[in-house]
Design a protein around this ligand. Structure first.
Ligand SMILES: [Zn+2]
Ligand SMILES: [Zn+2]
Length: 343
């Protein structure tokens, strides 16, 4: 089959690799219908994350059709349509039962511990626990929206939940990538009255406004902080969604959180520090982490099926698997928000 292999920073290729095989009785193999490139794939692409000497089989978001199941897989059969969350999990341990699948005692990440999804097929560990079965084959028009449930929409929702967004509150979203834009959708769903997006690119701003952002702050650093304070009567937002992962983004987030407010962090941190003074003296609650997107599928899928939310609009470029290098370049240069890939 064909799969994407990241060999070195900027060097990404589609290559012929051995077909995935069932290795454990709890495995399944899925044929990929759609997959996509994630903002977090850009970290290794830019040389800021490990790649490994053999290259990295990257990608962690997919909708697929089950091709084969191991003898201990009981809830799935060949032909089932499934959503593949970015993290695999057994579905049975105490953390899975509490809905925190990303803390599963058997967890791992696609494109990390196991081969990635930017390929024609993927091996799925703990298939019963990991995969989310769709009631029927997905309609072509719904595919982009459903695909966001495997990561960005679930992650944006996690940011909003852990930032404790509640009806009537003011929310600020740091970032204008796909997760941040989905964070706007989530904040609106949870009843936020005012949603301030910190972002600069005109097409992303337009989408944020379509999703429910009421205010846009395009300045950066101190000026951005001053603008948000001005909009919020001097005190900052009740809930802040940090959807970037850089030190500057976190610094901005803590400075625009009002005393007693909360931050939901979902940008993968590529720095060490959480500012101690301001978070302590302002009683700021800091939550967030890898989103248990598997748990949120039950909550968000009905909204998509009913056409209430349209998170798939974050895909503004669609390419074939063979063209994937072009997709990485487009995202790296911020020419595209998020790229859909059809094997
Ligand atoms: Zn992702
Ligand atoms: Zn578990």
């Amino acid at each position: 089959m064909l799969a994407t292999v990241l060999h070195a920073p900027g060097d990404i290729r589609v290559e012929k690799v051995p077909d995935p095989q069932i290795q454990m009785p709890t495995d399944a193999i899925i044929r990929v219908i759609v997959t996509c490139i994630c903002g977090s794939d850009l970290w290794p692409y830019r040389g800021l994350d490990q790649i490994g000497p053999e290259g990295r089989r990257i990608g962690h978001e997919a909708i697929g059709v089950v091709e084969e199941v191991g003898r201990d897989v009981h809830t799935l059969k060949p032909g089932d349509w499934v959503l593949m969350p970015f993290c695999f999990s057994d579905g049975t341990c105490e953390f899975c039962q509490e809905g925190l699948h990303t803390a599963c005692i058997h967890k791992g990440f696609f494109g990390g511990q196991v081969d990635g999804a930017q390929a024609e097929a993927v091996r799925i560990p703990f298939a019963d626990g990991t995969l989310y079965k769709l009631a029927e084959p997905a309609d072509e028009n719904l595919l982009p929206h459903l695909l966001t449930l495997t990561d960005v929409m679930g992650t944006g929702y996690h940011a909003a939940k852990t930032a404790r967004v509640m009806p009537g509150k003011t929310v600020a979203v740091v970032g204008d990538g796909a997760v941040a834009l989905c964070g706007v959708i989530a904040a609106k769903k949870l009843g936020a009255e005012r949603i301030i997006l910190l972002g600069r690119h005109p097409n992303r701003i337009a989408l944020a406004q379509k999703f429910g952002a009421t205010d846009i702050v395009s300045e950066r650093g101190e000026t951005a902080v001053a603008r948000v304070k001005e909009i919020t009567g001097g005190w900052g937002a009740h809930a802040v969604l940090e959807c970037v992962g850089t030190e500057l983004a976190l610094q901005t987030a803590v400075q625009i959180t009002r005393p007693g407010g909360s931050i939901g962090r979902v940008g993968v941190p590529h720095h060490q520090g959480i500012p101690a003074d301001i978070t302590f003296y302002n009683n700021i609650f800091i939550g967030g982490g890898p989103a248990p997107t598997r748990a949120y599928m039950d909550i968000l899928l009905p909204d998509i099926l009913a056409g209430k939310i349209l998170p798939g609009l974050v895909f503004d470029l669609s390419l074939s698997l063979q063209e994937i290098a072009k997709g990485y370049r487009a995202m790296d240069e911020r020419q595209a928000i998020k790229v859909l890939i059809k094997p």
